[in-house]
Design a protein around this ligand. Structure first.
Ligand code: ZN
Length: 308
């Protein structure tokens, strides 16, 4: 799933290509990804609208046009790519060696391309999503106040919101395992399975450690490790698992730099003991049992799994 670094990389790429472009046509081929309003209303609303701003909040991309706000969540496998008519499409979809899933570069419309914005200059932006968990929402400027999925997001890393005081307040009174809380977008926005596992490794915390068991020092380490792993992801253009590609259809390079995620059975990069995998909140969680010791007293809280 694209997380903060991947979505931000896509945002930067799109800002360089679609900002200032005027929409000539919207084509929705699969209604399933459209949350609101009903698909029939989109073409008329967006026709002749110019894209004035592209921002990001957590894992959401927000396109601001003259009269609308278009809020996009890429779900598990969403790919948002720009199609420059002067460039040649790449007919190859790259298949990930681990997952077998596809990656796209600049491409023509295919059966997984569920929505396209066409611009007056003849170029386009395509949305491709094999698993169809992406969500597209269109709001009038005034209506955007109702966008609960946006306004309920937690603190945003790399902004003044990400403060020690707010971080502590978010942890206060929580009784869940720390991994579950970190996946909750209402605590820190933009984290998903990959960067949560990486941040917990950096902080030396077992994914099942209960929030209430964390010491001041643990919290401090976690507070620092989150931006650190996100920054590393950003520096390498995101992590190329599954279908993530940036706006130009290029895969990221961060996967070579991950410490624990997707490395179960491989030696820990710090102590060389094998990386473990368990399931927490229905998500595969990777950690080093030696570097991230588990507290006594919470045995049996997770199902053990050895391999993918
Ligand atoms: Zn280790």
């Amino acid at each position: 799933m694209p997380e903060l670094p991947e979505v931000e990389t896509i945002r930067i790429g799109l800002a360089g290509s679609v900002l200032g472009k005027t929409i000539s046509k919207v084509t929705i081929r699969n209604r399933r990804i459209v949350v609101r309003p009903q698909p029939g209303r989109w073409p008329r609303a967006l026709k002749a609208q110019t894209i004035r701003q592209i921002s990001r909040r957590g894992k959401f991309l927000l396109f601001t046009t003259d009269h609308f706000r278009l809020l996009v969540h890429l779900g598990m496998t969403g790919q948002l790519t720009y199609r420059d008519k002067s460039r040649i499409d790449d007919p190859n979809f790259f298949v990930h060696p681990l997952t077998g899933l596809q990656k796209a570069r600049q491409h023509a419309v295919d059966k997984h391309t569920h929505l396209s914005l066409y611009f007056t200059d003849g170029n386009a932006m395509h949305y491709r999503d094999i698993r169809q968990f992406g969500k597209w929402r269109l709001y009038g400027m005034e209506e955007f106040k109702q966008a609960k999925e946006y306004w309920s997001l937690g603190i945003e890393p790399f902004t003044s919101q990400y403060s020690w005081a707010r971080f502590l307040a978010g942890l206060e009174g929580r009784k869940t395992p720390i991994k579950s809380l970190l996946l909750n977008q209402r605590f820190v926005a933009g984290l998903g399975n990959i960067y949560v596992d990486e941040a917990l490794f950096e902080a030396g915390l077992h994914p099942l450690r209960l929030c209430e068991s964390l010491t001041e020092e643990d919290k401090r380490k976690l507070f620092r490790s989150i931006p650190r792993v996100l920054k590393r992801g950003l520096r390498y253009g995101g992590t190329s698992f599954q279908n993530y590609v940036n706006a130009r259809g290029e895969a990221g390079a961060n996967q070579e730099r991950l410490r624990v995620y997707g490395r179960s059975g491989k030696p820990c990069r710090r102590c060389r003991s094998p990386v473990s995998r368990i399931v927490v909140s229905q998500r595969g969680s990777h950690f080093c049992a030696r570097c991230q010791p588990r507290e006594p007293g919470i045995e049996g809280a997770a199902k053990s799994e050895t391999k993918y």
